[in-house]
Design a protein around this ligand. Sequence first.
Ligand code: DON
Length: 305
Amino acid sequence: MKTPVPDYLQHVLTVCHDNDQGALADYIPELAAVDPNKFALALTTVDGTIYSTGDDETEFTMQSMSKPFAYALALQHLGIPAVLEKVGVEPSGEAFNQISLDKETNLPKNPMINSGAITTHSLIPVQKGISRAECLRRFLSELAGRQLEFDKQVYKSEVKTAFRNLSIGYMLRTVGVLDSDPVEIVNGYIKQCAIKVTVKDLANICSVLANGGVQAKTGKQLLERDVVRQVLSVMMTCGMYDAAGDWLTTVGIPAKSGVSGGIIGVLPGQVGIVVFSPKIDEHGHSVRGVDIFERLSRDMGLHLM
Ligand code: DON
């Protein structure tokens, strides 16, 4: 990179600004009401240095970008083998909200699609009256370096229209993957999705994954190394759902999208990258987000291969 990082980021934002394709995620009424023009980009390097541009103070909900961290919490508390007994690690090749299970194992295919993420949510240990969503909120706040909050409006809005996720919850309860009330688990999962962040928060969170689980500013090992490896591997193969192959060939780094319009990416040993632009494509990925990541990957040689 010849130009200073902030100038370069601003340049990328400007170049991708005119891409007006995609639509807001209207199956969650509150998400259909956001400003579609918001656009932000942030990077945090493994030493904790953050660069950001655009609407970098705008808060949005994590949605599916919360899934890798719920998976990390479950892995950290139960160990990898116990979690593998409940949810697999194979790409599904299906939409994120497909009502389906692996035909051989009767388990959700992976923790990045909704069926796997609802299962993973149920594996977060509840401690002394602290809900699973609250446990994740506290964990993400520590990773971000500030107290994050729930967006109660978005939570309520999704709970009212959660018919598809409830179907998935009942299916999981029927086959014994869930062993408690599916409505409570689905509501908790929806609350986990409603944790509010800015691109800067997410970039800081992702830099811990990039740094092998160690938070640069505090020196604390917040995630075990084998957990980080498991999470990043699953993000690599399953994080972009039925567009995972396209993503891997064009961008080439572990990533996860959310229907609020964010995409997080992690380049191991180097940097956490986050884009936010609310209009999404048919896979549930931010249109301008994909555009930006492809550009950054090309310009900065981020592709792992
Ligand atoms: O469960 C849902 O449908 C939403 N709370 C999250 C889906 C999502 O973000 C899909 N990813 N791009």
